[in-house]
Ligand binder design. Sequence first.
Ligand code: PTT
Ligand code: SF4
Length: 609
Amino acid sequence: MKGWNGKILRINLSTGETKVEAFDEEFAKKFIGGRGFAAKILWDELKPGIDPLGPENKLVIAAGPLTGLTLPSSSKLVVAAKSPLTGGYGDGNLGTHFGIELRRSGYDAVIVEGKAEKPVYILIKDDNVEIKSAEDLWGNGYFDTHASLEKEYGRKAGIIGIGQGGEKLVKFATVRSEEGRSGGRPGIGAVMGSKNLKALVALGSNDFPTADPDALKQHAKEGYNQIKSATAYDHWMRQGTTMVLAWCNETSTLPVKNYYMGTWDKSKGIDGDMLEKLMIARYGCPRCNMQCGLTIKEIKDEESELDYENIGMLGSNILISDLKVVGTLNRMADDYGLDTISLGSVLGFAAEASEKGYIDEKIEWGNKDQFIELINKIVKREGLGDLLAEGTKKAAEKIGHDSIKFAMQVKGLEVSAYNCHATPGMALSFGTSPIGAHHKDAWVISWEVQNDRMSYGPEKATKVIEFQRIRGGMFESLTTCRLPWIELGFDLEWYPKYLKDVTGLDFTLDDLWEVGDRIYAIIRAFWVREFKDQWNRKWDYPPRRWFEDPLPDGPLKGAHLDYDKYDQLLSEYYKQRGWDERGIPKKETFEKLGLTDVAEELSKYVSLE
Ligand code: PTT
Ligand code: SF4
């Protein structure tokens, strides 16, 4: 087998035992890597109902066959587990040297199980795997943690780890790497913390086995050149993802005041032009020639790396109009290892609950000092901070009144920075995302705004599925960055070509879409098995605010989603996916995807159509 190492490293932190397990070409072809491997492993190995923060949960860190090779933007890595935030399947994706060094060490994935008695980190050097004390790292932020490990193992070492957020089991703690890389929004950092696992370090010495190195070299060169000559390349290099902010403001899709509004007259203070003015350096993932990690100096003169989501959620969503202040909140999130999207959402939720008199604490919109204090309290788990550390859904359940209406989440995961009062297709994308409300799988909003945006027609469901196949299926399993394609128009046909050069196998794009459908069916099965009788189609609904609170101003004043029409669109989505009216894949759909075993297991918990 070429392209894959064919090996998974399993480490049990309770017993200290490590094992290497082989997988064959059939498994590799069926699930490719990354999310595909993670979903299959978690489905097979986790008993339903386990505590996500208990030793029975497993952390899966999975690369794909393209990870780490010298080809465009190829250093992504999937981190996954049962989510402590949602109780369902959770994963995230970060660009890191760790994926490269893991593959160089001879593995495609790592499974970490059990719980260490004391804080540890894992060192992987080819066949040598050690569990080492992390007692002197525990309690440190991620920047110091990374620097200490890098000092010890050198700049070549691949490192991923957590800050105090993961240690304190904040339910939206992420896994961190390098200067500004962050992944695993649904609390994968907290899963690491629950295992007393501060970090993993990998240093490999092997070459990647590829089927046709010469063709790969040539195609990679052509790919890098095509990216560099894209029309939007210069603008991208100046603003990265932050260029989206001005567009969101123009199209009433910006989250403003906890998604109450969609435009803001102060957005210029935090947009891509402002970032360009303040930018001091650029970072990014390895193997990428369109690096988008742009940094500014925040109010305390520290460097802070800003993406669109970070600015939308820690800026307009909580009415902060000074980019340097956004930089400060973002830097705190990066060091503590908290997801900026959920963090901005819980802060907005708290400000709104305070304004409505639902909580005693005074949290004012735009008040930076109060937000800074609140972030510290979230990580220390003090007072209101302790409640917010559980995420908006749990916080709303505790606070009561009508606060669930403005808890901006789906299945417990907070919505990314796109306001969907007037974009039903994007609302469907959030509703049906396999990890809760993340935009990563189907960012259809740009297409939708240009194509009859208020329509609930079947084309919206088709587009969501098309994007879920490409983004949630192909990119998450290969595992490479999707931004060359979505931002600079890099041709999708490159990916089967790269796969052929690397593995020697012929995949068409249709084959890869089928892998995506398989992954979606397994992840849906995971959710349904966990929640059994509670599961129903309402779980695929976006937050109530978008239906019930029309936009109060801006060019789309009065716009809101419609319950009946959304429900019909959801039925259309299920139909096109081969899922039943409860949103559960039909028996024949599982069978068509080669998942008869999954159907059999699931039918022990719910009846299948
Ligand atoms: C991703 C989510 C995003 S999506 C952003 S900004 W984005 C936020 N970034 C955070 C951050 O930074 N610090 C922090 N403490 N929390 C953060 N939470 C948010 O996390 C990221 C890029 C970006 S920037 C995007 S869109 C693309 N995402 C990809 C993806 O998901 N898959 C893929 N195959 N390629 C992708 N390419 C792009 O990667 P999650 P990264 Mg991220 C500071 O992880 O959990 O998926 O959430 O990985 O290496 O940082 O690159 O406008
Ligand atoms: Fe990483 Fe940005 Fe490059 Fe994608 S485009 S690989 S997120 S630096």
